[in-house]
Design a binder for this molecule. Structure first.
Ligand SMILES: Nc1ncnc2c1ncn2[C@@H]1O[C@H](COP(=O)(O)OP(=O)(O)O)[C@@H](O)[C@H]1O
Ligand SMILES: [Mg+2]
Length: 288
């Protein structure tokens, strides 16, 4: 069953396209990895899916469910947790919003979820500033999953954490998914975490969907010149490569990447930005 269907969708800020001609379908229970450099439109896509932002063109169709069944985890747990609330109340708040009033039910559910996300129970009466970054992110995740969401949007949930803590948070997300099989949008610029978690991966570049399909295919057999560069630059330790310094040239093509594409050819000038299918599980926008 489809949970999300995005058709010919664009988001414009003035004349600038934050997203352009996006087509995407998400099945219930899937984990979609969203990979792209800073400014490529990843957060805008999350906002569109959650309804915070409306498309300028095209449409988004999303399965109807209660408001509390859509939850978020953000990059910076400090700014997403109310500093004046105790951890137990922060975690229970979505249940209150969904109408639960019984104190004992709220406390019991909050305590169960505190244990489930691997936090010591004593933290329930503490405040966010008394916790480490990793603990705060566990609180944010606990709060997000307490309503048993149908759709969980994680926008760079590990980007502010150090490597060992990141790995623990990834394991936690995977364990939680294994148990409930909710749909998850997982945004990252870390390829290994996408590889670990996501069933499908989409690659964004300047608001355009460049390549999408099964994660294994995209990461092991990237077909789009941009994806190839992105993956090799992320895997590379060479700092110059990491910054994706590609020489700009004049381009006569409609392809958004043609001005910097290392595989640019004469024939790209006629390229019409159509979707190319490699197989059932692998697509790209590159007509070469
Ligand atoms: N409200 C806005 N007004 C104008 N430009 C915006 C707005 N939100 C995002 N943008 C621009 O859209 C582009 C994509 O932003 P964003 O989706 O946050 O990228 P990412 O999450 O991949 O870093 C960026 O160039 C950003 O500056
Ligand atoms: Mg972002």
């Amino acid at each position: 069953m489809k949970i999300i269907s995005i058709k010919d969708l664009s988001v414009k800020y003035g004349n600038f396209y934050a997203l352009k001609d996006i087509n995407l379908e998400v099945e219930e229970g899937e984990i979609i990895g969203v990979l792209g450099q800073s400014g490529s439109g990843k957060t805008t896509l999350c906002k569109i899916i959650s309804g915070i932002e409306k498309p300028t063109e095209g449409s988004l169709t999303i399965k109807k469910f209660e408001k509390t069944k859509l939850q978020f985890v953000f990059q910076d747990p400090s700014s997403s947790l109310n500093p004046r609330m105790r951890i137990r109340d922060i975690i229970a708040e979505p249940l209150i919003i969904s109408g639960e009033k019984r104190t004992e039910v709220l406390e019991e559910k909050a305590e169960n979820i505190i244990k489930k996300v691997g936090l010591p129970i004593e933290i329930k009466t503490k405040y966010p500033h008394q916790l480490s970054g990793g603990q705060k992110q566990r609180v944010a995740i606990a709060r997000a999953v307490i309503t048993e969401p149908e759709l969980l949007i994680c926008d760079e949930p590990i980007s502010s954490l150090d490597i060992s803590v990141s790995a623990q948070i990834l394991n936690l997300l995977k364990d939680l998914w294994e148990e409930k099989k909710f749909t998850m949008i997982f945004v990252s610029h870390d390829i290994s975490s996408i590889y670990y978690l996501a069933h499908k991966t989409i690659i964004l570049y300047r608001g355009n969907l460049m390549e999408w399909g099964d994660t294994e295919e995209i990461i092991k057999k990237p077909a789009h010149p941009y994806t190839k560069i992105l993956i090799s630059s992320i895997l590379s330790t060479d700092s110059e490569k990491k910054n994706l310094k590609i020489k700009e040239r004049e381009s006569y093509s409609k392809c958004v990447f043609s001005g910097v594409c290392p595989e640019y050819e004469k024939l790209c000038e006629d390229y019409l930005n159509e979707t190319v299918k490699i197989n059932e599980n692998h697509f790209l926008k590159c007509g070469r």
